[in-house]
Ligand binder design. Structure first.
Ligand code: HSE
Length: 310
């Protein structure tokens, strides 16, 4: 194989109570990446479409480029040369795991191109390198689900321990992306370094409750557990209309609603597709009432992760 085109899905990280440890993948949006073998060793970015010229074209500063470079260094194939064409099919700085999807597309594509010398799960540390340069932190709650599909728990970062858990088939996610941008670095900077014992206990109960609720499945338990008392109250100030949009989702029957990743996108979970669609309309209206335009995505939990599309 000399060339491959892949898709890697967007993700919702944190999922309310699981800051840096929970994430799930959705069917759309996502990034597309073409990786072509070249006679000249090294990684080059030929073109990036859909980013309005904002992403670095230098491979070592681009999430897909750095992920491929660290993968090639690890397997001792510095002789390999590849040219990349990245098609960004999701907004930047949106809280949808845009940098993660590019990094995952990169490592998945190069591994396929070279005949899969590494298992899928072993690609994760290289994709995390992409996150490190994108936002200063190598968190895995976007790259994990984008790479593995499904709902992912990062049980430990050191050593890295990733678990994929079952979710109910009827569970649908609604994501509303308002036309504003939040930088992940900034959204992490404003967080407090210390958490009270009271909030820790509440959050641990919700973390355990959400996992149990998803696996049983028990929608009422999922609903009661989709609560974040630590991060959401701080980050909500970065998103105009957050309170109104969240209330609109809950009034329309969502099981729960919170910030997607570091925002500004807001996600909701619902127990069927019709409700998820209606929830999206109501959330969009709540943004519109303050003059903020938005895009709505409704999707099942994507179980596949990245895939070859050409
Ligand atoms: N867990 C990360 C955060 C996700 O909330 O900062 C960023 O996309």
């Amino acid at each position: 194989m000399e060339s491959i085109k892949v898709f890697a899905p967007a993700t919702v990280a944190n999922v309310a109570c699981g800051f840096d440890i929970f994430g799930f993948a959705v069917d759309s949006p996502g990034d597309e990446l073409i990786v072509r073998q070249s006679a000249q060793p090294g990684v080059r970015i030929l073109d990036i479409i859909g980013d309005e010229g904002r992403l670095p074209r230098e491979a070592a500063r681009n999430t897909a480029g750095i992920a491929i470079q660290s993968y090639l260094a690890h397997i001792g194939r510095d002789d390999v040369g590849v040219d990349l064409i990245l098609h960004k099919k999701m907004p930047l700085g949106s809280g949808l795991g845009s940098s993660a999807a590019s990094a995952v597309a990169g490592v998945f594509a190069i591994n396929e191109l070279l005949g899969n010398p590494l298992e899928r799960i072993d690609l994760l540390p290289f994709a995390m390198e992409g996150e490190r340069i994108a936002c200063g932190s190598a968190h895995a709650d976007n790259v994990g689900p984008s790479l593995m599909g499904g709902f992912v728990v990062v049980r430990s970062y050191n050593p890295l321990d990733i678990i994929t858990i079952d979710t109910p088939h009827q569970l649908f996610a609604t994501i509303v992306h308002p036309d504003i941008e939040v930088n992940t670095k900034d959204a992490r900077y404003i967080l407090k370094n210390e958490v009270s014992m009271k909030n820790t206990i509440t959050q641990m109960g919700n973390v355990a409750g959400l996992i149990a609720g998803l696996m049983k499945p028990d929608y009422s338990l999922i609903s009661r557990s989709l609560v974040d008392v630590i991060i959401e109250p701080i980050r909500a100030i970065l998103i105009p209309q957050f309170k109104e949009v969240k209330q609109a989702a809950l009034d329309a029957g969502a099981l729960g609603c919170s910030i997607s990743g570091s925002g500004p996108s807001i996600f909701a979970l619902s127990c069927d597709q019709n409700t998820a669609t209606n929830v999206g309309n109501k959330m969009q209206n709540a943004f519109a009432s303050a003059g903020i335009g938005s895009e709505v995505y409704v999707s099942e939990i994507n179980q596949q992760g990245p895939k070859i599309i050409g």
